[in-house]
Design a binder for this molecule. Structure first.
Ligand code: FCB
Length: 400
């Protein structure tokens, strides 16, 4: 039987914009209202008010961790203007999680920026890092007792979004063309590669706030990377290295010196002489259009472990967009099998956080459901799915 490290985290993840609702001051909110191809986030799951109920469901099921985010657009609604009431809100979330026996894994940036930051030029403005530092410095005041902090979620996907933002800016009149980065971009090769210059800038931002967090908190600090589990078709090993550098390795290299690396993986994709091969359609194709590949997690953690030279891994996201909860349990069973095999082979994995706790707003679409818990969009009533009880049971036993 696979031996897990003591205190191995078993949990689920969410992101503020996807569950809280009414994130009015953020750039994604603005974008949703410009692009006719995107559905609106609106009240989302109203987790801004109902977070205690969400956490209780996870804890009651047997999970021991909850990854959630702090929304910069709420903490700093205007440059330099820090909201004490919003800081207190997120402090209450941290305390609620701890009171329920859930280890909070706190993400400081999950795709969304304050709209003023985006208008100032966003991540490519000269002031970007200084702005991010001001926000993170303010947040350190509420992180007492928090053991896990993720500075940024999927900087590689964020870099894609920055590139899309340049292409579809309101100035160019093309803001209508915005697509969902995770849904419309997953299956079809329509989203651009992340610009390495942007990626390097995000790496600098990560290091700048890592220093602040290490100085003012006791938390383990890392960032979470979208790991596409790329593999080469015969003869295309060199092409794989090239593609993987731009999409993944640049971001893994920036994790050197971190306390952990968050691995986020959903599928797996081949690389041939022309680059990434679009996901093949199959009977198990997920609701975001990705291939059903629960083995991706094994490919990813092994690659991350090798590339970083042994930075401890926390699975911060893994899951499947499906309306069929049995398929979710099947996928996750297989994924955990691959994860356990990597642990058996010596990869240091500190926990598994499933994406997602709730059916939520998937960056422009409500269709793809990733949740362990269904949410009625009118009453906000939560309905735990069998997969929640199942994962809680795995957490209790520590094996499949
Ligand atoms: C990841 C994001 C997360 C969610 C999942 C499905 O790329 O970090 O917010 O969209 O994909």
């Amino acid at each position: 039987m696979t031996e897990l490290v003591p205190g191995f985290l078993w949990g689920a993840s969410t992101a503020p914009h996807q569950v809280e609702g009414n994130n009015l001051n953020s750039d994604f909110w603005a974008r949703e209202h410009l692009a006719p191809g995107l559905e609106l986030s609106g009240d989302a799951c109203d987790s801004y008010h109902r977070y205690a109920e969400d956490m209780r469901l996870l804890a009651d099921a047997g999970l021991t961790a909850y990854r959630f985010g702090i929304e910069w657009a709420r903490i700093e609604p205007a440059p330099g203007e820090i909201s004490r009431a919003e800081l207190a809100h997120y402090r209450r979330m941290i305390e609620t999680a701890r009171d329920l026996g859930l280890e909070p894994v706190v993400t400081l940036h999950h795709f969304t920026n304050p709209n003023w930051f985006a208008q100032e030029g966003g991540w490519t403005s000269d002031r970007a890092i200084e702005r991010f530092q001001t926000y993170v410095q303010a947040v350190t005041g509420i992180l007492d007792g928090v053991k896990w902090v993720c500075t940024m979620n999927e900087p590689n996907m964020l870099a894609v979004m920055v590139t899309m933002g340049r292409q579809y800016s309101a100035d160019s009149g093309d803001a209508k063309k915005w697509m969902s980065p995770t849904v419309d971009g997953a299956a079809r090769p329509v989203i651009p590669d992340p610009d390495p210059e942007v990626g390097r800038r995000l790496g600098e931002a990560h290091h700048a706030v890592r220093d602040i967090l290490k100085k003012h908190t006791d938390a383990a600090v890392g960032w979470t990377v979208a790991c596409p589990a790329l593999t080469a078709t015969p003869g295309n090993e060199e092409k794989l290295k090239e593609v993987r550098y731009v999409r993944e390795d640049l971001y893994l290299d920036a994790a050197l010196g971190d306390d952990f690396i968050g691995v986020q993986v959903y599928s797996s994709q081949a690389v041939d002489e022309n680059g990434v091969v679009p996901h093949p359609l199959g009977p198990d194709t997920t609701l975001t259009g990705t291939a059903y590949r629960p083995d991706g997690i094994g490919t990813s953690v092994r690659h991350v472990w090798e590339r970083t030279g042994g930075v401890p891994v926390l699975i911060t996201e893994n899951g499947i967009a499906t309306a069929d909860d049995e398929q979710r349990i099947r996928y996750t069973t297989e994924a955990l099998g691959h994860l356990f095999a990597a642990i058996d082979d010596g990869v240091d994995v500190r926990g598994y956080l499933h994406w997602s706790a709730l059916d939520n707003y998937e960056w422009g679409h409500w269709g793809p459901t990733f949740g362990l818990i269904a949410v009625d969009r009118e009453t906000f009533e939560r309905q735990p799915k069998p997969s929640l009880a199942w994962l809680g049971e795995v957490a209790r036993c520590g094996h499949l």
